[in-house]
Design a protein around this ligand. Structure first.
Ligand code: FMN
Length: 149
């Protein structure tokens, strides 16, 4: 069975709602899903999974990685995830000059690990509305399709 790990962080529930949509669709696609909060996860945890997913909100005026992901983000630089598929989603607020910069930052980090991007990152403005949910479902399906191709 294909296995996916989603590591996420959410302060006010928006990213968590995105995470639930992604997890449900991965399960619909027959994937066994494990979900860890950023506080309880280390980048090495991805080594035991086929599909590596990360969901984070944006923090700081330039959309940077939130505090609880900082160590994780730093440690990702030493990780080799070649052969694995990854995908990043996140929530932010278009009010800020840099909208969802954390999604780009985490994608760049995953690229350094030599994992393959299975789907383009999804940036959600605040809480996922219907159209966002569709993009997140598509994201999850694409991750599985890329893994299987
Ligand atoms: N969103 C952005 O897109 N870019 C930012 O630079 C940014 N900075 C923020 C700084 C602070 C102090 C706060 C409170 C929010 C900021 N946000 C920014 C918005 C949050 O990322 C957004 O509200 C998000 O939906 C929160 O997700 P959560 O409900 O999962 O915690």
């Amino acid at each position: 069975m294909v296995r996916a790990l989603i590591v996420y962080s959410s302060l006010t529930g928006n990213t968590e709602a995105c995470c639930d949509i992604v997890a449900e669709e991965l399960e619909n696609q027959g994937v066994e899903v494990t979900t860890f909060h950023a506080y309880d996860a280390m980048p090495e945890d991805y080594l035991s999974f086929d599909i590596c997913v990360l969901g984070s909100y944006a923090y700081g005026d330039h959309g940077v990685v939130p505090d609880e992901f900082e160590e994780f983000y730093e440690e990702m630089a030493q990780l080799n995830l070649s052969g694995k598929i990854y995908g990043v989603f996140g929530s932010g607020d278009t009010f800020y000059p840099t909208f969802c910069g954390q999604v780009d930052d985490f994608q760049a980090r995953f690229d350094q690990t030599q994992a393959s991007r299975g789907a383009e990152g999804v940036k959600v403005n605040l809480y996922p509305e219907e159209e966002d949910a569709e993009r997140l479902v598509h994201f999850a399906r694409q991750l599985v399709e890329t893994y299987q191709s």
